[in-house]
Design a protein around this ligand. Sequence first.
Ligand SMILES: NC(=O)c1ccc[n+]([C@@H]2O[C@H](COP(=O)([O-])OP(=O)(O)OC[C@H]3O[C@@H](n4cnc5c(N)ncnc54)[C@H](O)[C@@H]3O)[C@@H](O)[C@H]2O)c1
Length: 417
Amino acid sequence: MDYKVKDLKLADKGANLLRWAEDHMSVLMSIRKRFAKERPLKGVQIVACLHVTKETGVLVRTLLAGGAKVALTASNPLSTQDEVAATLVKEGANVFAWKGQTKEEYYGCIQRALSFKPAITMDDGADVVTELHSGRGDISRVIGGTEETTTGVVRLTAMAEKGVLKYPIIAVNNAETKWDFDNVYGTGQSTIDGILRATNVLLAGKRFVIAGYGHCGRGLANRARGMGAHVIITEVDPMKALKAVMDGFEVMPMEEAAEAGDIFVTASGNKNVIRGEHYKRMKSGAVLANTGHFNVEIDIKELEGMAKSRLKIRDFVDEYTLRDGRKIYLLADGRLVNLAAAEGHPSEVMDMSFANQALAAEYILKNSKRLKAKVYDVPKEIDSAIAKLKLDVMGIKVDSMTKEQERYVKGWAEGTE
Ligand SMILES: NC(=O)c1ccc[n+]([C@@H]2O[C@H](COP(=O)([O-])OP(=O)(O)OC[C@H]3O[C@@H](n4cnc5c(N)ncnc54)[C@H](O)[C@@H]3O)[C@@H](O)[C@H]2O)c1
């Protein structure tokens, strides 16, 4: 047993948080019940680098119930819920995570988790895979891994295309029950939650600029509109831009949006999307936040270079005063605002994401002999089974096709009558 968390005395508080999350994660709980009986992960060492939230706690308990040994490290220096980290240590997980890590501590914790020599890795952003593929950690026992987020899948796909990926990865992010729910509704709601907890600004009537109209951007745009904000989208993909226009949002380049906006949120998975040329045009009082995976979407170095002073106004709000006197506010150091300033996604939506994680781990074990060093989608049967289970626990029934309809949708002979 090895661990490093903020304070083990927080464990009781964490247990209550986990209890709340479990009551809202029925799909994962039903998987836990089966795992406890069948023990499909017996003796398997998992090294997970995930946001250490109460929902991740429910996943870790599920993996432990399935017989796995778990070493857990945070996938962001600011996203750990210290109470949950303490509880998980008490329950037998080797946790290396606390809120407010330096970059060195962050990577140091991944290294300590990797000393447990994983058979399966679970990543949110591909940092564990990157460490292992850079020779920092024992890769020899790894049979496969899972990836939780878009940015991680992008990195891993690039590795596979370049022929450097050494073991199979299941792209949990790309499951329909993950990407179309967690990223859309989860990020949509929790990003607003983070901005409000940090600032308590009124959204109604504000010009709310979102960089990127992908899954996260679309979810956020709809939630911001629902709060009465006037939403402006910036995009680089004409198709996504067109969708945003037809969904009723204003679309313009960041250069123009910079002048118009009151609140800016990056959700692109790209770097330096908001930078010096944009700060020059912004109104005094502009609020900047990021909800993309890495803290590179807002060019903070350039903001620091243009500022004559910086003042911490309150937790997660830094005021940068530019040389001409304008003030720009940066939330959560440009890190994931929903996890740093709030609690991340609601349990109900993480229920599906983490059901995918648990079942993907089981799938890797069952199929390790035939899986190649590629990025795989979550098998359709698993994805559909999770959707069905979620509807069941929500008490929602759906129709099924008649035999005649099944024949009709598969046939070609019948047309207009
Ligand atoms: N905050 C969270 O909890 C959370 C949850 C899920 C995903 N993420 C992260 O959010 C990011 C976006 O994920 P997604 O699933 O929406 O990805 P996505 O691929 O569906 O969407 C990204 C969009 O950004 C656009 N884009 C790229 N560069 C741009 C630029 N310079 N300016 C404007 N738009 C640009 C792309 O064209 C695309 O439409 C990723 O980094 C992902 O890992 C965060």
